[in-house]
Write a protein that binds this ligand. Sequence first.
Ligand SMILES: NC(=O)c1ccc[n+]([C@@H]2O[C@H](COP(=O)([O-])OP(=O)(O)OC[C@H]3O[C@@H](n4cnc5c(N)ncnc54)[C@H](OP(=O)(O)O)[C@@H]3O)[C@@H](O)[C@H]2O)c1
Length: 286
Amino acid sequence: MQGKTVLVTGATNGIGKVAALELARLGAQVIVVGRNAEKTRATVDEIQSATQNPNVKSALADLSLMSSTRALADQIKRDYNRIDVLLNNAGGIFYERQVTSEGLEMTFALNHMSYFLLTHLLMDMLKASAPARVVNVSSNAHQLARKFNIDDLQSERGYSGFAAYGQSKLANVLFSNELARRLKPHNIVSNALHPGAVATGFGTGQKGGGGWFAGTITNLILRFGLSPEQGAKTSLHLATSPQVEGVTGKYFSNSRETAPSAAARDEAMQRRLWEASEHIATPALA
Ligand SMILES: NC(=O)c1ccc[n+]([C@@H]2O[C@H](COP(=O)([O-])OP(=O)(O)OC[C@H]3O[C@@H](n4cnc5c(N)ncnc54)[C@H](OP(=O)(O)O)[C@@H]3O)[C@@H](O)[C@H]2O)c1
């Protein structure tokens, strides 16, 4: 990865942090995107000292906010001249419905809109760096959603943390596939993945705690789940491996291509989500 620049969102914890560390170990210039200045600085220091790679940089954004995502993209365009790999990884589950200051439901805003908007805003850089890769961390939880709820993107008609999470992870695959189609002529690939059930900060520290069911699942994953090192493997495979050069519009688990749900393969829905997201993101795209 020498000479390549990789941007990793959610790189201050869990899967993203390990991915950033391993990419730095492979010699890439790594932009660690975090939301907390102190934690992000500590992560950069930790990765630099573990890898002896001085080209580990930081950038800050609250990715649940389009304005902040936009400011991040502006900074990246100012400070760097290429992005070879964009690893869209930041995400979370929210057991109580929350609405961002921009009026979007939090799960949708963070898990889907940040992937959509950041990729959109960095598109010219990706094109100029081609062959480039976009890697979208989804989840097999996308299968919780039998169909994509295009008419209720903000979960206004009823909310459950798991349902909203499943929808957002389905959105990741729908987005990844539509992006793949649109970027094919530009020699940029886009793939989505399931990292496994991984013992990270995921699902912890949430308002409301999610009740006994969510608590039990989180505890089981923390106890028996994969390590973050194992969980980062598929992201790293898609970000770096020559084996997947030119592979696009696919879904991976365990570093192997596998079929996502039928709902995720619905091309008409992929287009509709793209158009709806573009509409929602209009103020930030202007
Ligand atoms: N863990 C699993 O079992 C599992 C399974 C399937 C899919 N996934 C997916 O894997 C991805 C990474 O999750 P993880 O398990 O590594 O979780 P994690 O340990 O909770 O890490 C999440 C990362 O996202 C960042 N983040 C959260 N909210 C943010 C915001 N508003 N703005 C900017 N950054 C924000 C966090 O920052 P802080 O460090 O500041 O908290 C952290 O760096 C997610 O997309 C998740 O859906 C996880």
